[in-house]
Design a protein around this ligand. Sequence first.
Ligand SMILES: [Zn+2]
Length: 414
Amino acid sequence: MRARLLALCALLPAAEAPAAAEGPAPAGVAPQVGPPYVALGFENASPVWADSREDGVTRIHLLYDHERGSANRAAGHLHFRLEAAPGSRHTLEFVNLDNVWNGRPGSVAREFRTLVVSQDGREWSPVRPELLSTNRVRLTVQMPGPQLYVARVEPYRLSDLDRLLARLRASPLAAVETIGRTVEGRELELVRIGSERAPFRVFLRARAHPWETGGNWVLEGLFDRLLAGDDTARRLLSRYCVYALPLANKDGVARGLTRFNLRGKDLNRNWDRPADPELAPENAALEAWLAAQLQAGRRPHLAIDFHNDGGGQLHLSRPEVAERDGYLARMERLEALLRARTWFTEGSTKAAFRNPGSFGDGWLERFGVDAVVHELNVNWIAGLDEPPSARRWREYGAALAEVLDAFFGPVPAP
Ligand SMILES: [Zn+2]
């Protein structure tokens, strides 16, 4: 019973846990026995280091990724394992949250409203850290056993992708193609679900920014729905074909990085010009694939690039193109369908928004593809009034299967 109580205790939001400095520990609760060891020797661990302050707080120092030739920098991926005496309590403070984004300084602390913890690195529970000031975030945990994983969001690792690809390769309805290699030579796999002869096509990308795993869970939910083998799945696959690049920044995922590729390029920028095959081979490979699709008469009818942030909106950028009004009308319809058929409530960026070179902007401007960046809210799912989780993002992906069907509408007459 005691072990069970301790396990539950570790999962309490920090604000609801008993205060740390209130005299001797109550009977039956082990006292704190020095700072925890912060272990990083496992897949997708984030590059952090730790020290302990005199007041017993363990500071977790994140390390920034830097953009090549720019002031932009980002830290925000968290994935480490605490090792300490079962029952001991530890207060962690995260340091180096002063990111620079699009040339503007801004702390990422407000996007740390929910973190996740796990005893085994597989089953995760949400915890609510405390925002101490604009760039200080604190989390108190009680060790349910000798180790406790802490992460920003539920991790999705290269090994998770490998499991997915093995499943897809075994399915007659799916195909996996290597379209190029990352800076470090990792294969970039492009997945197809359904027939190339289907009347509609959608392209989906996840993990341009390596910490943002939400899109992977959405893709898994969508793929599972389409491969369920029931009448609905057969109907959906007669209507559209899904193409997806599930781990766009594979090197960053392997190394537990936050935003840029290994040559300091942001894979959600510079789509307003041809990708540099030396500096951004990941985008150059995707661009070559897209060019071949266009050449073959297979222009995607929709392209969605999944991300995570604290806002969770559809980012509708507005390049100066002739078909802009039609694009915006179709994106308005997409938003309405998401609101009607999923828990999405966050809405879209408003009329003045433009983010040149981002995925949605560049694909519309250069390739005439209806493309959009879809942020997934990492703080809270307002439509469900609960913290985000892999389970909820999978459900979102499953519901997206029907949203896409409705979005494409009737097959045009030949
Ligand atoms: Zn992102």
